[in-house]
Design a binder for this molecule. Sequence first.
Ligand SMILES: Cc1cc2nc3c(=O)[nH]c(=O)nc-3n(C[C@H](O)[C@H](O)[C@H](O)COP(=O)(O)OP(=O)(O)OC[C@H]3O[C@@H](n4cnc5c(N)ncnc54)[C@H](O)[C@@H]3O)c2cc1C
Length: 387
Amino acid sequence: MEHVATDLIVIGAGCAGLSLGFNLAEMGEDAPKTIFLEQRSEYHNDRTWCFWGYPNTPFMELVQNRWSKVRVKNSKDRNALIECESSPYQLLIASDFYQHTLHKIEQNNKLELRTGIKLINEPSLIGNEWLVQTNTGNFLTKAIIDTRPLPKDSMRDTTLWQSFVGYEIECEEPLFDPKTAYLMDFCEPNPDFTGFTYVLPFSPTKALIEFTSFGSQPYSMEDLLERLEKTVANYVRGKRFSIIRTESGLIPMGLGTRHPNYTNILPNSYVQVGVTAGSARPATGYTFQRIQAWAQECTKELQRTGLPIGHSADSFLLSKMDNIFLNVLRNNPEMGSSLFMDMFTKVSHPRLIRFLSDHGGILDYLAVVTALPPLPFLKEVFRFSKK
Ligand SMILES: Cc1cc2nc3c(=O)[nH]c(=O)nc-3n(C[C@H](O)[C@H](O)[C@H](O)COP(=O)(O)OP(=O)(O)OC[C@H]3O[C@@H](n4cnc5c(N)ncnc54)[C@H](O)[C@@H]3O)c2cc1C
């Protein structure tokens, strides 16, 4: 069995692992010797990433679609058109990102990606180094970045789950306005979750249509398929279409579970990152840009100290606001659509976009707070202060 010594092991080479790899590749010969251990054998176009684009957003060159108009509406005819020319809503497809980052990593001989890998057991500390045992060999490393998502059973204290399933469809007739995306088209309020359809039109005949729920329960793809089928039928209005691709996901919003704390054993030599370790913005689930910010910071830290860092914590104010908002949604799912509609109709759109995409300042936070009805939030603050 092979034994390899290295500076850094990255477990999992998805969005976080490959984003870090891309940044490390730019260090050239100065990059730490890094091995990426990935369980999948091949990369497929398994997801799309959307975010509000600001200047200097990483991977802008890969953006496939941009929408400078985004619509939000509920079932009671309230609706808002968000004009976002200066920070358009944009989409990057995973297969382009994988190809681009894998190519860059391949060009740096300090970096190596191994696919089809299975860990035989959890990494263990031997002296000052970590031993990682896999089906293809053993690795001794000074540091580990673990991007594996935690199983959902171990995340029972998550405040809210964002569950979604979507079809990318091609229609025989033009049905969509490719200039306007639907960020949230709410379904009838219900006592279990806040539900909405998300529509990204790529052309007059092609769109990604997703059904999403924000609820205290995580829903599987199968649980949501019926809702998706109904909403797709609604959008295609009886016209013929074919399904090109299906995507689904589960994003924890508001983490309650702490990862096992390896940092106590050997400070900063083992960090957990990714969607179950704080990369997702609690109130929105947006993750992609936060991963990019982490990948840049972590690269600098590796350059400076030889050790990695995890995601940085949100400011006290932002995390409290997100926490209260998520708890209001969790305890009042039937109010979800009207709360979002209040936000989208009462807050100026540049402010709201800054708030949603982590670019907000205190005045933006204040504008969001004053747009929302005080009673459910005061109740939640009261409940929170009694804990
Ligand atoms: C369908 C979908 C759409 C999304 N859309 C958006 C969006 O529009 N905007 C946004 O901001 N966020 C979005 N997200 C959320 C988030 O950006 C993604 O989930 C992102 O991929 C998270 O990156 P990650 O590295 O944490 O996880 P992943 O990208 O899932 O990477 C984890 C990697 O670890 C590997 N792995 C797992 N277990 C092991 C193991 N035991 N050994 C070795 N490797 C292992 C996996 O194969 C995978 O490659 C979406 C998520 C999904 C699922």
